[in-house]
Design a binder for this molecule. Sequence first.
Ligand code: NAP
Length: 238
Amino acid sequence: MAMVVFGAAGGLGLALTEKLHATYPEQQIIAISRKPVSKRLAGVNYVTVGDYSDATLAEWASDFKKSGGQLDGVISTVGMLHDDSTFPEKQLTDINPEDLEKLFHVNAITPLLILKHCQTLFDKKQAAFFVQLSAKVGSIEDNYLGGWYSYRASKAALNMLLKTASIELKRSHKQLIVAAIHPGTTDTGLSKPFQKRVPKDKLYSAEQSAERILSVIRELEPAQSGSLFHWDGTRLPY
Ligand SMILES: NC(=O)c1ccc[n+]([C@@H]2O[C@H](COP(=O)([O-])OP(=O)(O)OC[C@H]3O[C@@H](n4cnc5c(N)ncnc54)[C@H](OP(=O)(O)O)[C@@H]3O)[C@@H](O)[C@H]2O)c1
C-alpha cells in the first residue's frame, strides 16, 4: 500500500511529503511532480511527470496498477493563484478569459483528473482518503470581500466537483473519504506576493500547515466524505 503526494515540488507538497514520511516510516510514499524535487528524502519514491494531463495520469495509474500497486491515501496540493503572466483580478475590468480558463484548468479540472485515475487504485473495501488542498476563498457563502475572481471561482468549482465525486464513490468505495482542506495562509511561493497584508501570527510555515493537514486527515470519517475542512478540522460552508 502506498500514499501519494501530487504537486510534490511546491511548498506544501514538499512539507507534506516530509511529514508523511516521518509519520509513517513503514509506508511507501510516492511524491509526484512536474519538475524534479530539489530536496529529496531517502526512502521516498520520487516520480517526475511531464504534466498532469488525462493521458499522463492514465499512464502513471496503469503502470502503478501493473506493478501491483494499491493506494491508501492521496494528497494533491496542485493549485495556482498567480504565475509570470497571471495575477488575481481586483475588478471586472481585469478579467480575461485566458486567465480564467488557466485557473479553472489547474485548480478544478486537474484535481478531478487526478481523482479519476487514482480511484481505480483504491481497494473498494479498505479505508482510504483522497484529499485535495482547496481554499476558504472558494466558499461562496463566506465571500465577503470579492476580488480574485478566477481563484475563488475555480476553487468553488473544485469543491463542487469533489462533492459530486464523493457521492458517486460512496456507492463503490464505502470506506473512501474524499475531502477538500483549506491549509490557511502558508509561507510558500503561492502566497509570497500577498504576505505583506497578513498578520505575522496568521502566516504559517509549510511544516506547521502540513502537520495540521495530517491531523485533519487522521480524524476524517467516511460519513464526512465530500466536505470542505478548515485546517483546524471544522467544516467550512460551500
Ligand atoms: N499557500 C497558501 O497560503 C495557500 C492558502 C490556501 C490554499 N492553498 C492551496 O494549497 C495548495 C498548495 O499550495 P502551495 O502554497 O504549496 O503553492 P505552490 O508552492 O505554488 O505549489 C502549488 C503546486 O501546484 C502545482 N501547480 C502550480 N501551477 C501549476 C500548473 N500551471 N499546472 C499544474 N500544476 C501546477 C505545482 O505542482 P508541481 O509540484 O508538479 O510543480 C505545485 O507543487 C494549492 O492548491 C493552493 O491553492 C495555499
